[in-house]
Write a protein that binds this ligand. Sequence first.
Ligand code: ADP
Length: 497
Amino acid sequence: MAPELNALKVEPRLWIDGVWADGSGTVAVTNPATGDLLAEVQRGSAEDLRRAIEGAQRAFAAWSRAPAALRGEVLKRAAALLTARRSTLAALLTREQGKPLAQALGEVDYAASFFQWFGEEARRLCGRIQPHPTPGFEYLVQPFPAGVVGLITPWNFPLAQGAKKVAAALAAGCTAVWKPAEQTPLIALALAPLLVEAGLPAGGLQIVTAPGRLVGEVFTQDARIRVLSLTGSTETGRSLAAAAVRHFPRLSLELGGNAPFIVLPDADLEKAASDLVRLKFLCSGQVCVTANRIFIPASRESEFLEHLQPLWLQARVGNGLHDGVDAGPLIHHQACQQVRALIEDALAQGAAEVCVNRTHATDARLAAGSFCAPTVVRGVRDDMALASTEIFGPVAPILTYASIEEAVWRANGTPFGLAAYVYGTDVARARAVAEALEVGIVGVNEWRPLRAEIPFGGIKESGLGWEGGEEGLHEFVVLKTIALPRASVNIGTKENL
Ligand code: ADP
């Protein structure tokens, strides 16, 4: 058992109507750095999922009518509790997901920032009175909570991806059924008792670990689910969207990416190289917004690689719980094989490895872990799978370009449109490049632009809708417009008062 579970009052079960419950069967959750078993977690059946939806529907009656300020207070208390317990939560997150402890602490803080932000935004959700073209009438445009929502999250940021959705849904007055990834349900379950302590009524958030396909079927076949919010692969988004035609829940989809990292000819190469290492070592590159294609001016490639190489090799890969580790394992062995196959395919077509960081290989305790050596590959072409697929691993494919126009055109030559990075000292030019890129978010000389206060969402096949910002709240709100007679009351005139 992970020792943090007791401290956080977490049981490896389902969380329905404010209590722990058994499902049918279990799923083994292991530490990807060592292969150690952390817990056998109860798995929900279709019946358990429907019971969870039913409980959320019951809880919706009161929570949706609670004053927005009260809902906001609960969320802000949750933010404070997350912050107070950040060390224990981060240790559990590292054990279950594999990322280094410092990154896990960052994720807990990031998750807390969404509870804080939406706790504040809850009471700013306003309607409006609008003039009617017919005399004697007016319009009320009113926001209402959408209803019960279904949330599905992946294993790369298992706390933060959930926090973004849960906090926004609860702030809007919705109640939620959350299905975490089966590889990382423990950190999700840790939110359950914490939210109760913060004042969330039973049924406000139900958490059911279950196989993705089953959850997709139950959520799309149940007319009570009014918003279906997924962070996952584009393939999963497509299958949910196809099934959603049955009852038309609103779809909020954060899907795959293939982010270009464009180094302009006037860029500070040292900064660009150092930011690239931080970006690619974050969660070992298992991030939808990570840099997937590194575009370098052909004339500056060797200079850039001279900056990149020592930083890439100095970083330490290992068990995230050990001091000084910069990158952990991948989520499982199959992920390592998939990443390696992409590298081998590029090498077979003429690309070359520039440097490979094998620092984990010296630690015998990691022999059973799912480690993938971070690799820089040069000579990559747009048509290689390494450049056209979302790698989801610590690989930096280097592509060279001759003109900025060409770099932008090639950067946009993908069905994905999630994130991009632009490095250059002429900020006006970097901004023009950023504006020409077909993506939802761009970091200019910044490797981690995501924050709770700004909307983040993909375009093209990277998704629908937004998380964070004011817009994140609106994903869980429906508008109702009421046209009604304008009361006409004679209160006299100035002359006869
Ligand atoms: P990843 O490759 O990052 O695991 P997935 O899209 O496979 O991305 O998984 C993200 C989440 O979606 C996980 O919680 C997974 O269980 C869930 N999932 C996978 N397939 C489906 C599906 N057909 N319907 C609903 N959810 C699914």
